[in-house]
Design a protein around this ligand. Structure first.
Ligand code: ADP
Ligand code: TRP
Length: 321
């Protein structure tokens, strides 16, 4: 079984990325042959600073390796090191209906947020389909916001197969319901573009400040909170604290008597401990960038060999070869 996922190097990774995509992806490493990549081509639709892209790409590599990506088991690479994917994007674009792209909610959302409409942004799902199909991927772990992109990938693969004969494997998304949407400090979906994130490897003081600023209501500590499960700090605590600890805080909140400040302090401490080992590993890796670059180069070689096979299959099927 081939498992594949990608993440854009568009900014520091946060708890939403970690629990929504990274950890599920890392847990799948021993369930099959995992291919994970840094989607630097995709980042060109929203990030226009070259130095920043280079820095972010390295940061994502460090984040993944520190969090447990095992380069012996998993093929880890940079998207643009496999240029075949852009060739397949063109081929797929010729079986992609305009109407399908026009219905893409992530495109519409980005335009609504004021990002200038541009062809790359519009064609983003076709490149993503190529990413997935070029490795004969069976399973794609992502957060819920990527569900529609996966549906488009499946539709594009089916269309090509109908037009030119059985060529592509039809992939399945894998979305974890319990962490499908990690809330941000303001209660909206945690997202870089909403400024409501808690970074995985944030600087100590700044992260503490963000956690202490998580939005709460104005009820007094003494008041019982029958809706404790809706409390943002508690929802995040459930992700980073042992279940029994989170349960105890939930009970105290429900019964009344627990102040929000104490709850947030507990959240901060559990968050900090949860990533302590990874933080240490990341610091070590950061002093050995040659090693990190070697891993990406080795991953690219393996990924490329696979991509060339599938691209060749698509070219033969469609009469290009
Ligand atoms: P952002 O919204 O911060 O720009 P990305 O779009 O780069 O994040 O998402 C990268 C991966 O992390 C995707 O698989 C996405 O589904 C997942 N993800 C992002 N934010 C969340 C969240 N708040 N909850 C769950 N998963 C998320
Ligand atoms: N669009 C994804 C995101 O923003 C990143 C991505 C690009 C991806 N290509 C992919 C994810 C292929 C899974 C598979 O999160």
């Amino acid at each position: 079984m081939r498992i594949l996922s990608g993440i854009q190097p568009s900014g520091a990774l946060h708890l939403g990325n970690y629990f929504g995509m990274m950890r599920p992806a890392l847990e799948l490493q021993d369930k099959g042959e995992a291919f994970y990549f840094i989607a630097d081509y995709h980042s060109m639709t929203s990030l226009f600073d070259a130095a920043q892209r280079r820095r972010n790409t390295l940061d994502v590599a460090l984040d993944f390796l520190a969090c447990g990506l095992d380069p012996k088991r998993t093929v880890f690479f940079r998207q643009s090191d496999v240029p075949e994917v852009t060739e397949l994007t063109w081929i797929l674009s010729t079986v992609t209906p305009m109407g399908m792209l026009e219905r893409a909610t992530s495109y519409k959302d980005k335009i609504a947020k004021g990002i200038a409409p541009m062809h790359g942004l519009f064609a983003y799902p076709v490149l993503m389909a190529a990413d997935i199909l070029i490795y004969d991927s069976n399973v794609v772990p992502v957060g819920r916001d990527q569900k529609q992109h996966l549906e488009m990938t499946r539709d594009i693969a089916i269309k090509f197969n109908e037009q030119y004969g059985q060529t592509f494997v039809i992939p399945e998304p894998q979305i974890r319901d319990e962490v499908a949407v990690v809330p941000g400090t303001d209660g909206q979906k945690m997202s870089k573009s909403y400024g409501n994130t808690i970074e995985i490897f944030g600087e100590e003081k700044a992260t503490r400040k963000k956690i202490m600023a998580i939005v709460m209501d104005s009820r007094t500590p003494a008041e019982p909170k029958p809706d404790a499960d809706k409390n943002l700090a508690l929802q995040l605590l459930k992700l980073v604290a042992p279940a029994a600890v989170a349960k105890e805080f939930e009970d105290r909140l429900r019964a009344g008597g627990l102040g929000y400040g104490d709850l947030k302090k507990a959240l901060y401490e559990h968050y900090w401990n949860y990533f302590a080992d990874a933080r240490q590993r990341r610091a070590e890796l950061a002093t050995n960038l040659d090693y990190v670059n070697q891993i990406l180069a080795g991953g690219a070689q393996k990924a490329r060999a696979q991509a060339q096979k599938v691209l060749r299959r698509a070219k033969v099927a469609s009469g290009l070869a």
